[in-house]
Design a protein around this ligand. Structure first.
Ligand SMILES: Nc1nc2c(ncn2[C@@H]2O[C@H](COP(=O)(O)OP(=O)(O)OP(=O)(O)O)[C@@H](O)[C@H]2O)c(=O)[nH]1
Ligand SMILES: *[C@@H]1O[C@H](CO)[C@@H](O)[C@H](O)[C@H]1NC(C)=O
Ligand SMILES: *[C@@H]1O[C@H](CO)[C@@H](O)[C@H](O)[C@H]1NC(C)=O
Ligand SMILES: *[C@@H]1O[C@H](CO)[C@@H](O)[C@H](O)[C@H]1NC(C)=O
Ligand SMILES: [Mg+2]
Length: 292
């Protein structure tokens, strides 16, 4: 009897020790999570501030809800023609796109398109500006993703990764933000058509989403073995985990843009000529549709 009682007692104390350990571990994980979130917030805040300064707008103005609903964001890879498009919409009287150079800062301006006033934002394609892009995605009413139709097949993976980040963004998904993919530089004879580029992008997204799923699977295994106190590349792991959570389309079905909750339109454009390719009318009517 006594033995049994002692046995019971020792079992209880072992289980309370292990539950203490468990709580300790959970506590550490939660604290590191909070620290990570605070750090992320800070870097986002800093980049919002710097982009506001760069474009001559105050942070408060950028964050006001009125502006928010009017924002049309232009994004995409380096050299695709984002700044050319921004200039084209902003200065419609110019019949030829200006010679532009790689942008170092965000361009932002109030522009009247048809009957509506929009806040048109052009975020540079360089990877260091991804925080600027992520600061504008939650407030964007629509996103124009500009692609260089000439070099797209050589740069397919990097271009598709950028597009994936936009389409899988949780704000874009929740708000079902319309996305216009512009296959630009159609004046170039070696440019691929929008139909061809759509096929390439769908194929590549199909591949990317599978590898992102595989990444999160292996991350979970690594996490289980090494625990939370893994300080090499925690940020990257977290970023990868966030990306991998957003699986685009349906599992087991080949990816198609039509499977997304938000409307995605893929059109052709050229900034080099007088928009005779029909790009500008499409862009204007797509913008007008955002405000209906
Ligand atoms: N042929 C041709 N060239 C274009 C077209 N649009 C832009 N360009 C040229 O492509 C180059 C890059 O254009 P930008 O508008 O500066 O590219 P961007 O997307 O703003 O690039 P980043 O600011 O580096 O992210 C410039 O030399 C433009 O003149 C186009 O439709 N056709
Ligand atoms: C796209 O490809 C060209 C040539 O293949 C290369 O010079 C350029 O850096 C690439 N751009 C991006 C954004 O990867
Ligand atoms: C623009 O894109 C839409 C949807 O992707 C398509 O139906 C339409 O035909 C395109 N317009 C042109 C001129 O290619
Ligand atoms: C450009 O288009 C406008 C109409 O949108 C037209 O009046 C003008 O003549 C065109 N210019 C050239 C050089 O094609
Ligand atoms: Mg630019």
């Amino acid at each position: 009897m006594d033995d049994t009682a002692r046995l019971v007692e020792s079992t209880t104390s072992t289980s309370s020790t292990s539950s203490l350990l468990l709580f300790g571990t959970i506590f550490i994980i939660v604290i590191s999570g909070i620290v990570w979130i605070v750090l992320q917030r800070q870097s986002a805040a800093i980049s919002t501030k710097s982009l506001a300064l760069a474009s001559g707008t105050s942070v408060a103005a950028l964050q006001s809800s009125k502006k928010r609903s009017n924002t049309v964001l232009i994004t995409g890879p380096i050299g695709a023609g984002k700044t050319a498009l921004w200039c084209y919409i902003r200065f419609p009287e110019n019949k030829a796109a200006p010679k532009t150079q790689t942008s170092m800062a965000v361009n932002s301006a109030e522009v009247k398109v048809g009957d509506v006033n929009i806040c048109l934002v052009d975020v540079p394609g360089h990877q260091k500006h991804r925080f600027d892009r992520d600061a504008f995605l939650p407030v964007a009413r629509g996103v124009v993703f500009v692609i260089d139709s000439v070099s797209v097949s050589q740069n397919l993976t990097s271009t598709t990764e950028l597009l994936y980040d936009v389409l899988a963004n949780k704000h874009v998904q929740q708000k079902e933000t319309p996305v216009l993919i512009l296959c630009n530089k159609q004046d170039d004879p070696s440019a691929l058509s929008n139909v061809r580029i759509k096929g390439l992008l769908e194929e590549e997204i199909d591949r990317l989403r599978a590898s992102r799923q595989a990444d999160i699977g292996s991350l979970r295994n690594v996490g289980a073995i090494t625990g939370a106190a893994n300080d090499n590349g925690d940020d990257d792991d977290e970023a990868a985990a966030e990306k991998a959570n957003d699986f685009l389309g349906y599992d087991g079905k080949r990816f198609s843009f039509e499977d997304l909750p938000n409307p995605v339109q893929i059109n052709e454009s050229s900034m080099a000529m007088n928009m005779s390719i029909g790009g500008m009318e499409q862009i204007h009517s797509w913008i007008a549709d955002l405000f209906e």
